[in-house]
Every structure is written in C-alpha cells, then in structure tokens.
Design a protein around this ligand. Structure first.
Ligand SMILES: Nc1nc2c(ncn2[C@@H]2O[C@H](COP(=O)(O)OP(=O)(O)OP(=O)(O)O)[C@@H](O)[C@H]2O)c(=O)[nH]1
Ligand SMILES: [Mg+2]
Length: 294
C-alpha cells in the first residue's frame, strides 16, 4: 500500500489513517482480553477527549476501567483537574501522572485495586487465592504506555521512543505481587468523526509526521491559542492580535514574518512557519497547553 492510500481527504483538513499494523494490534488485544481484569487506558492530558479511543471502550466492555491522564507535566494543570472530575463522574477511576518523572505513578497499584474491588471481594468470599490483577495498558500511539510501564516497574523493561509505533507486539510485565501489566502497541480507530480529532492527535505525535498537513494543524492551533491562551502568541512571537478580528492565516503570516520564514521573492513560507509553531507546541515553548475542554 502506498502512503497516500492511507490518507483520505488530503487537503480538506481531514486525517483518516488506519494502517494494517493497527488492525493487527487490535485483533491481538481482542484475543487477550479474556485474560484481563482491568483496562488501563493512557490518555494524553493535553487532549483528553481526542486521545480516548472509542475502540478501546468497545474492547473493554465488561472490564474494570482506569484512565491515566499522562504527560500531565505538559498540560494545563487546572484543565487537567477538570478532566479528572469529568471522567470520574462518568464512572472511571482516574489518576494524573507524569511517567517521565514518575509523579503519580506509584499509586497506580492502589487505583487498580480500587477499580477491581468487586472482583477481589468475590474471590475472597469464594476462598480463591489472590493472584495478581492483570491490567492491559492501552492507548493511542505515543501516549506514553511503555514509559508508564517502565516507570511503574522501576526499570526499563520495554522499549520507548518519541514517535508512533515503537511497541509492535504484546509483552507481559510483573510489577509486584499484586499487579501484572500487558504492554500493547498504540492503536487509533478507522474514522475520526470530527476532523479536529485527527489534527489534535497529530499535534501530540501519534501520527507519522510525513502524512500530515502542517498548515491545517497550524490554523487549528492558532485558533485555540487565540481563544484560550491569547497571551502566548504575544509572549512567544511578539505579535499583537488586538480585538480578535485577525484571522488565523494572518497570524501565521505575522509569525512567519517575525521569524524570517521567507521564500524567494519575499513571500512568507507558511509551511516552514507552521512546522515551527508545531515544534514549539511539542517542545513546550508555548508553555503548558491543553487543547480541549469537556
Ligand atoms: N514529558 C513527558 N513525556 C512523556 C511522558 N510519558 C511519556 N513521555 C514521552 O513520550 C514518548 C512516547 O513514549 P512511549 O512510552 O514510547 O509511548 P507509547 O505509548 O508506548 O508509544 P507506542 O508504543 O508507539 O504506541 C517518549 O519520548 C517518552 O519519553 C510524560 O509523562 N511526560
Ligand atoms: Mg510503546
């Protein structure tokens, strides 16, 4: 299959990409779900809506559920707290974590035990000897599943990397006498209802950059910044957006001008400018930014 076969709607702001290896990973997860007590889904705290995969809801039907708002160090703390409450109200056990430093990771054992309380009680009543709880670690590519597992285990058991598709197969890891984890490859779902979902997933590096449309991403990011973080554009790029009547494309041009991103003939290079903006978001030069609210 060629690269473009996977990309539908090229140029019209919609990313739709579901490669074969993800379909295969999903089948592997379906095959293993019967062994699992609890599904721990790793969300990216910067996009707590878009990073929640509806296929994982389907897969996890009838299982206890834990959500981890990971990469909390990169997200807006006030908004992360709102999201935690939002998902708790929906019945999930939720924890805020930073897998890179380990903050919040250690109490995952307790959260998993709380989520599985009913099963633990039932087993005790039946006199079944407690075996470790089995948790499937699931989530979209690059959300930090493997980093979380290494942090939780206190040693590097699984491979990690800042690009999608690092984990390609399953791997069981015994954490302690209470918990065993199953690492899984990141999966997306075949169709994004809202094109913004695809763009937001692209921001956090869950889709290979070479199939993306940086200008579309830049316009979306600028619109969010104007609305929720208006000071950031001024602080980072020294541009005044005034009364809000300036369009996203004009702002991108202003950034390009300030950064000297020019093509031959002094035309502004919007592609290059877009890539700078995306890279600044990913490397936190724009600060702690959450792109979505419930
Ligand atoms: N700042 C920050 N970076 C993180 C955190 N968790 C993971 N990362 C980084 O995110 C990148 C992806 O981490 P992985 O653990 O490989 O992600 P994954 O979900 O296993 O990815 P796939 O196996 O490709 O699906 C790595 O560069 C990690 O260092 C976090 O809490 N904070
Ligand atoms: Mg991984």
């Amino acid at each position: 299959m060629s690269k473009t076969d996977n990309v539908k709607g090229y140029g019209n702001n919609s990313i739709n990409w579901y490669p074969g290896h993800m379909a295969k990973a999903k089948r592997m997860m379906q095959d293993n779900i019967k062994l699992i007590d609890v599904v721990v889904e790793i969300l990216d705290a910067r996009i707590p809506a878009s990073s929640k995969n509806p296929d994982i809801d389907e897969l996890a039907k009838g299982k206890y559920r834990v959500l981890l708002l990971n990469k909390s160090d990169m997200a807006d703390p006030e908004k992360t707290a709102v999201w935690k409450k939002y998902y708790e109200d929906k019945g999930f056990f939720v924890s805020i974590v930073n897998s890179k430093t380990g903050a919040g990771v250690k109490n995952t054992t307790e959260i998993i035990q709380k989520a599985c309380q009913e099963k633990i009680e039932k087993d005790r009543k039946k006199g079944i000897l407690a075996r470790p709880l089995r948790a499937m670690i699931a989530g979209i590519p690059n959300s930090g599943k493997s980093t979380f597992i290494n942090s939780f285990a206190g040693k590097a058991c699984v491979k990690t990397g800042n690009k999608p598709g690092v984990t390609t197969g399953k791997q069981w890891i015994r954490i302690n006498k209470d918990v065993e984890l199953l690492d899984t490859p990141g999966i997306l779902w075949p169709k994004f209802e809202d094109p913004k979902t695809g763009l937001h997933i692209a921001f956090i590096g869950s889709i290979n950059d070479d199939i993306l449309f940086p200008e579309d991403m830049a316009y979306e990011l600028i619109q969010i910044l104007i609305k929720d973080y208006p000071q950031v554009l001024n602080e980072r790029y020294g541009i005044e957006i005034g009364d809000g009547s300036v369009s996203a494309i004009e702002i991108l041009e202003m950034i390009g001008k300030k950064r000297g991103c020019l093509k031959k003939g002094a035309e502004i290079d919007l592609l290059k400018t877009s890539k700078i903006l995306i890279e600044d978001f990913r490397t936190q030069k724009l600060g702690k930014i959450t792109l979505e609210m419930p």
